[in-house]
Design a binder for this molecule. Structure first.
Ligand SMILES: Cc1cc2nc3c(=O)[nH]c(=O)nc-3n(C[C@H](O)[C@H](O)[C@H](O)COP(=O)(O)OP(=O)(O)OC[C@H]3O[C@@H](n4cnc5c(N)ncnc54)[C@H](O)[C@@H]3O)c2cc1C
Length: 135
């Protein structure tokens, strides 16, 4: 995907984003005074990615490192938090008893399915949020 995230020190890009937002506010409100209240704008990219496996031996991936979905739709952080909450009891058992719990395989399948579903919903929300013609 397009990873045009604003980085610290990327001030020319930040100034351009702020100018674009001021113009948009001025056009929509018809008020330069309203537009001048915009002090800062940030941009973000829309990316989608997913690992094919969340576990290799003792290495586990959760959150955006495992699956990134479009931010339009508000799914990404929820996905990552549920990864963590559902993995925690399995890790606790692993540490306590010394062996990897066999349920880890089902956990991995369920979290990959959830990431796929959220990715599709977020992609649909992103498409719906784009400008469309009058029809
Ligand atoms: C504009 C926008 C709006 C969003 N709105 C929503 C929403 O409404 N609801 C929702 O559920 N989700 C939303 N999301 C998604 C959500 O922000 C992410 O899914 C979530 O932050 C992912 O958390 P994470 O901890 O997995 O990864 P990150 O938040 O990316 O955290 C990873 C951290 O690791 C650090 N890091 C990277 N490499 C290294 C390294 N080599 N050494 C040390 N540290 C490193 C990074 O600096 C970062 O702090 C939104 C995202 C965007 C961009």
């Amino acid at each position: 995907g397009d990873r045009a995230l604003e980085r610290a020190g990327d001030s020319a890009e930040a100034d351009a984003a702020t100018a674009r937002l001021r113009t948009a506010v001025a056009e929509r409100t018809g008020s330069d005074a309203e537009a001048s209240t915009v002090s800062h704008a940030t941009t973000f990219g829309v990316a989608r990615s997913r690992l094919t496996a969340l576990r290799v031996g003792r290495v586990l991936a959760i959150g955006d490192a495992a699956h990134e979905v479009s931010p339009i739709g508000g799914q990404g952080m929820n996905l990552g938090l549920i990864d963590a909450v559902t993995l925690a009891p399995l890790l606790a058992r692993w540490i306590r008893y010394g062996d990897a719990p066999p349920e880890l395989a089902a956990w991995e399948r369920a979290r990959l399915r959830a990431a796929d579903l959220s990715g599709r919903l977020a992609a649909a929300n992103t498409t719906l949020g784009r400008p469309h013609g009058a029809a």
